[in-house]
Write a protein that binds this ligand. Structure first.
Ligand SMILES: O=C(O)CCC(=O)C(=O)O
Length: 307
């Protein structure tokens, strides 16, 4: 099956050595746009999981409609104006990049994103059913932005690499993502390396070009970064990030989102925000599941009562 995936990707396996301590051969692809359109029954959760295991990433083509993309952009533009959001102006978040964090607190329109059925199935396959939202933010890369330093999203975690995925992230293309407008750049196979990239170093990478409505999903150890935008338009994306249920979320969803807002979420979204427990144990309050206390759901027992 992997051979089929490689054929579809038209990759060159020219055995460029990655800048790793341990020999890891990264695949060098000319362009991610070489991916065939993968809508259709041949693309199952299993084929996507196999791509992530092998290359570190996959793309769901046509994951959401153009109308949804436009509505999301409209909401982001409104929030940006209302909150006078401006670029953070540091080397990681960028000087011409508009980021809006904690989106679930800001507009109900974002509640559909974490529970997207195709995306969530893949994430659960990588991180397990008890995964959590790590963060959900928008990233609008503006004209003139430089390429972001290549990094791995799990590189602050003190775990020897390579390790099983603790983080699995996605990028929703709200506009077309092209090499020119700052499509996310990835280094295929880099999630298998024994370390994270040195900050600010140069690495050969390829642009994950996508049509508006596509979703890029990657293993948290994959080396990647936002691209430079040399066009005169913004590249709008939503970074929908998840983590395993047993590590800390990047954005604090329990304190960051008003409880009244969370009470309106569907139960699965409440769980993803961290109002459940991991294995009936981690995150309990006085032997109870937080959502049972707050929203009167379930009455789920603590692990110790189940053994
Ligand atoms: O904007 C992008 O394409 C990637 C951004 C990213 O990787 C990050 O900010 O961690």
């Amino acid at each position: 099956m992997i051979l089929g995936v490689l054929a579809r990707m038209r990759v060159r396996t020219n055995r460029n050595r990655a800048p790793c301590h341990k020999a890891v051969i990264f695949l060098v692809m000319k362009s991610y746009s070489a991916f065939a359109d993968d809508r259709g029954p041949a693309n199952t959760t299993d084929t996507r999981l196999a791509e992530i295991a092998e290359h570190g990433f996959t793309v769901v083509r046509g994951g959401f409609s153009s109308d949804v993309a436009d509505q999301l952009v409209e909401s982001l533009n409104r929030i940006e104006t209302e909150r006078s959001i401006s670029p953070a102006n540091n080397s990681f978040e960028g000087s011409n990049t508009w980021r809006i964090y904690n989106l679930l607190a800001l507009d109900p329109i974002f509640a559909q994103i974490p529970v997207h059925p195709v995306l969530l199935k893949v994430i659960e396959g990588v991180l397990g059913r008890e995964c959590l939202i790590s963060s959900i933010s928008s990233i609008a890369i503006g004209p003139g932005e430089q390429a972001q330093p290549i990094h791995a999203d799990d590189q602050v975690l003190p775990l020897p690499k390579p390790h099983a995925a603790t983080v699995c992230n996605s990028m929703w293309a709200l506009t077309d993502f092209t090499e020119a407008n700052g499509a996310t750049r990835v280094i295929a196979g880099s999630h298998k390396g024994d370390h994270s990239p040195g900050y600010g170093e140069h690495f050969e990478s390829i642009p994950a070009e996508m049509d508006k409505g596509d979703i890029l999903i990657w293993h948290g150890s994959l080396w990647h970064g936002g691209g430079a935008n040399t066009t005169s338009n913004r590249r709008y994306g939503i970074a929908m990030n998840y983590c395993a249920g047993w590590i800390r979320q990047q954005e604090n969803q329990q304190l960051g989102i008003p409880v009244q807002t969370v009470s309106q979420f569907e139960p699965r979204l409440q769980e993803l925000c961290g109002f459940g427990t991991y294995r009936g144990l981690i995150g309990h309050i006085d032997r109870q599941t937080p959502s049972d206390i707050l929203f009167g759901t379930g009455g789920r027992s603590v692990l110790w009562d189940q053994i």
